[in-house]
Design a protein around this ligand. Structure first.
Ligand code: IPE
Ligand code: IPE
Ligand code: MG
Ligand code: MG
Ligand code: MG
Length: 296
């Protein structure tokens, strides 16, 4: 069979992910309809679905080691991601009114319900994992990535930076990005591998290679996010642009300039390509180029 071009492969996976997301939040006793509506509004808005895709691709890279089903893990990470977007956009944080090309959750539903929709998505994600996988390592993996020393920790540092409470160095910048965005992306690869091999565990060398790839990709992803804030178009990104400098954010282009930021991202892509090569996972390789050159 001919190798399907990456864009159509991606479109197919996105459609499959979105179909499952549609089914994920069914009505049930005690679940207020207005809350469900707000959760679905943000969850089903047109996102890139990068994180669930990574879970699926990591599971496929472990194909010969286990036949575990990665879907619950894929949906769970997207729920955690969307919760983080809803809260990131709140007036007390980045104060954004546009997300995925639509009014942000708090603009559409009010701050109170938006906060609660985020809370509920986060909680739901762990229920999905706990119900699907007998190995507690999956819940642990996601909680470490999303929590105080992962994404939330990175967001706290991002706010401190914005308020001028922290030194502005490359080391600091990288430490913030590795946690606020990198930790969740990295965990997608680990979760995919663990889900595929559950109830067993992935071979340590495979897990290590996927993890190293995820670390590089997570950083590349936030570098390109920072670059798109400067060079991108709102019509493509679905969010406002030129906001980071206005909010005094510490970003790659802000600290290093556009060219050096691009070079750093390209370097990290090469590092990721090298580390993943022995796993023979062509889609993970193609994804690196996609993330490096993305316009949204
Ligand atoms: C945006 O993530 C927030 C960051 C961590 C940089 P994405 O760019 O993956 O957002 P969606 O899911 O496509 O909307
Ligand atoms: C967001 O970083 C990180 C999380 C949501 C955890 P940004 O604040 O740069 O993301 P955007 O640009 O609003 O999507
Ligand atoms: Mg932010
Ligand atoms: Mg933001
Ligand atoms: Mg940004």
């Amino acid at each position: 069979m001919m190798h399907e071009p990456f864009p159509s492969f991606l479109a197919g996976r996105r459609a499959a992910i979105e179909a499952r997301l549609h089914e994920a939040l069914a009505p049930r006793a005690g679940f207020p309809e207005r809350l469900r509506e707000a959760m679905r509004y943000s969850l089903l808005a047109p996102g890139k679905r990068l994180r669930p895709l990574l879970v699926l691709l990591a599971a496929e890279a472990c194909g010969s080691y286990g036949g575990g089903d990665p879907w619950s893990a894929a949906l769970a990470v997207e729920m955690v991601h969307v919760y983080s977007l809803i809260h990131d956009d709140l007036p007390a944080m980045d104060d954004d009114d546009l997300r995925r090309g639509l009014p942000t959750c708090h603009v559409r539903y009010g701050e109170g319900l938006a906060i609660l929709a985020g809370d509920a998505l986060l909680t739901e994600a762990f229920a999905l994992l706990a119900a699907a996988y007998p190995d507690p390592a999956l819940c642990l993996e996601l909680s470490l990535a999303a929590g105080a020393s992962g994404m939330v920790g990175g967001q706290v540092d991002d706010l401190a930076m914005e308020a001028g409470q922290s030194e502005r160095s490359l080391a600091k910048l990288e430490a913030v990005h590795l946690r606020k965005t990198g930790a969740l992306i990295r965990s997608c690869l680990r979760l995919g591998a663990r889900a595929a091999c559950c109830p067993g565990t992935p071979p340590p060398d495979v897990l290590e290679r996927l993890d190293a790839y995820g670390r590089c990709l997570g950083l590349v992803f936030q570098i390109t996010d920072d670059l798109l804030d400067v060079t991108g178009q709102s019509a493509d990104t679905g969010k406002r642009v030129n906001k980071d400098a206005a909010r005094n954010k510490l970003t790659y282009p802000g600290l290093l300039g556009i060219e050096e930021s691009r070079q750093r991202a390209a370097q990290l892509v090469e590092e990721a390509r090298r580390v993943i090569a022995p796993l023979a996972a062509p889609r993970l390789e193609e994804l690196l180029t996609f993330v490096l050159h993305r316009d949204r």
